[in-house]
Design a binder for this molecule. Structure first.
Ligand code: IPE
Ligand code: IPE
Ligand code: MG
Length: 227
């Protein structure tokens, strides 16, 4: 086995199409997708990955029909409770990252309680909710403006939601679209990108391992001409 990514980002796309293929409502796909989160996160950690960052709800996803947004918010609270219970046992620290001000007080309470339980974990599971990469960069720059600290690549990095974490080595997007959709824009500068047509609810351990194998075959040059 070649190199193993320390940090993997996953854009979990394709729930709606997965449901449509089964003549079901989109919410059916979101439910199936949420049930896949724990399986894949645990599998990633079992392979030795240290940090998993999951894109669960973008700042642009608020533009979806109100009913779908409400269902997603409800589901997020629900699966966070299940995830946290398991995470405590498995030594996984859960962080919910994003603009939490726009979430309901109820969901914020669930997030605070559930993530606090997991604070002793050593592997890290970041769940991005109401997250956008551009918004994250603007937020970092505003923090620097307020503190008066000089704007440098490092000071911006220290003011991102992922402050203190290594950049993602590998970014996976399921669901067939070849785009980032505002995911980890600053952090992805030198990430290896892996796109698969597999829809998120169907993305299983074997598919995850394919992404790892593919990553292991890449030569990361960082602008140089040899490793
Ligand atoms: C990903 O699945 C989940 C979210 C973006 C919240 P989608 O809901 O985008 O599913 P598709 O892309 O429409 O199939
Ligand atoms: C990206 O999926 C965001 C998440 C996976 C949460 P979208 O379905 O929102 O992205 P677009 O609209 O296809 O770019
Ligand atoms: Mg989508």
């Amino acid at each position: 086995m070649g190199a193993l990514p320390r940090h993997i980002g996953i854009s979990m796309d394709g729930n709606g199409r997965w449901a449509k293929l089964r003549n079901k409502k989109r919410s059916y796909g979101h439910k199936a997708g949420s049930e896949n989160v724990q399986k894949i996160a645990e599998h990633a950690f079992s392979r030795g990955v240290e940090i998993v960052t999951l894109y669960a709800f973008s700042s642009e996803n608020w533009a979806r029909p109100k009913e779908e947004v409400e269902e997603l918010m409800h589901l997020l609270g629900d699966y966070l409770k299940k995830l946290a219970a398991k995470a405590v046992k498995n030594g996984i620290k859960i962080n919910v990252l994003g603009n939490k001000a726009r979430l309901s007080a109820k969901l914020n309470k669930i997030i605070a309680e559930q993530t606090a339980k997991t604070s002793g974990g050593t592997r890290v599971l970041n769940i991005l909710i109401d997250y956008g990469g551009r918004g994250e960069i603007v937020r970092a720059l505003n923090a620097l403006k307020e503190s008066g600290e000089a704007v440098t690549e490092e000071s911006i990095r220290q003011n991102l939601y992922t402050a203190g974490m290594p950049d993602p080595d590998l970014i996976i997007r399921t669901g067939g679209e070849i785009r980032l959709s505002n995911f980890l824009l600053y952090q992805a500068a030198y990430a290896e990108l892996y796109f698969t047509d597999v829809l998120w609810p169907d993305f299983d351990e074997a598919e995850f391992d394919k992404a790892l194998e593919n990553y292991a075959s890449r030569e990361r040059r960082y602008g140089k001409i040899e490793c």
